[in-house]
Ligand binder design. Structure first.
Ligand SMILES: [Zn+2]
Length: 316
């Protein structure tokens, strides 16, 4: 190969190799387990530079079609995800499962509906209901305010409702839905077990490398319970909503232990009648290994505040 051809080959491979987001990184699907592919999205909060892309889109290769989980935050992100899917499989997308109502996970349904109008969309009943009653429009506005790339996204709200212990068999792939508690990260979470490969997609019940947020619909104590529940399933590979995947010690324990430290320090503080900001330095002492997680400084105080409210409510 002469130099010019080599140069072209290099440029070509860098184009086809991954979705490159300038200043953010290269994003492509990696095989996480048998037939399971995950694109580990940017870890920073959604912003203009990362086009609002921040979650872990997933696809599972079935016999004659693909099952997608959480394709991303906008039509634009979804189009790019589909381009990356194509590099691995030319099979059509036949089903989409969304883990919860937060827009970073599902607004890209629009891109899939556009290309594969026959695909079926699944989610927890609460997600469908909340999206229909205003959350869809609120999330579209949130993302359109963050980045122009999200503008024009239309809400494709799932129509198939799934809940705890439901099973789905799609193109030879078996899934069990786990949603044992009314709310944890949100009030519409499902965890999806891919039985064939012993993989669990936790949605935002688990994070690695970045901190979760807990809004008014969430329950931190139940998030702890649900991660203990997830640990007791027969699973080899855990895929969190954000951050790297791995065995239980890599992908579940870090966030679970963080939440347990927040609980323990908040309980101590509650006994001693301390305010959240007084508890914070004590908690921080035990959290050295989390200080480089994205959102740590921003979330720690909020997490203690929320945990205190939950502990107080139990005490009333
Ligand atoms: Zn999320």
């Amino acid at each position: 190969m002469n130099k010019l051809a080599l140069l072209f080959a290099l440029i070509f491979s860098s184009i086809t190799h991954a979705w490159t987001i300038d200043g953010v990184g290269d994003f492509k699907f990696e095989q996480a387990s048998d037939r399971v592919y995950v694109m580990h999205g940017p870890i920073a909060s959604p912003n203009e530079q990362n086009y609002g892309f921040m979650n872990n889109p997933i696809f599972i290769e079935g016999d004659n079609g693909l099952i997608v989980i959480d394709p991303g935050s906008s039509k634009f992100v979804g189009d790019n995800i589909l381009k990356e899917v194509k590099k691995i499989s030319s099979k059509p997308v036949v089903a989409v499962i969304n883990t919860h109502v937060h827009g970073d996970h599902w607004l890209a349904n629009h891109a899939i509906k556009d290309k594969y109008p026959d695909a079926k969309f699944y989610a927890h009943m609460n997600m469908i209901r909340e999206a229909e009653y205003g959350e869809a429009q609120r999330w579209i506005k949130t993302y359109s305010d963050i980045t122009d790339k999200a503008k024009g996204t239309i809400a494709v709200i799932p129509t198939y409702s799934i809940g705890h212990k439901d099973t789905l068999t799609i193109e030879g792939q078996k899934f069990i839905i786990h949603s044992p508690l009314p709310s944890s990260h949100s009030s519409s979470d499902i965890m999806i077990e891919h039985v064939n490969s012993k993989t669990l997609f936790t949605g935002d019940n688990a994070f690695t490398d970045r901190m979760g947020r807990f809004d008014g619909q969430s329950n931190m104590l139940d998030n702890i319970k649900i991660l203990d529940y997830a640990k007791n399933l027969t699973i080899d590979t855990y895929v969190p909503g954000h951050g790297y995947s791995g065995a239980v010690t890599q992908a579940i324990d870090p966030y679970l232990n963080y939440l347990k430290i927040i609980e323990q320090e908040s309980r101590k503080g509650y006994e001693e009648d301390l305010a959240d900001y007084e508890i914070k330095p004590f908690a921080d002492k035990h959290l050295a290994e989390y200080r480089d997680w994205s959102g740590y400084d921003e979330q720690l105080g909020k997490h203690i505040n929320k945990m205190l409210l939950e502990i107080e409510a139990l005490d009333l």
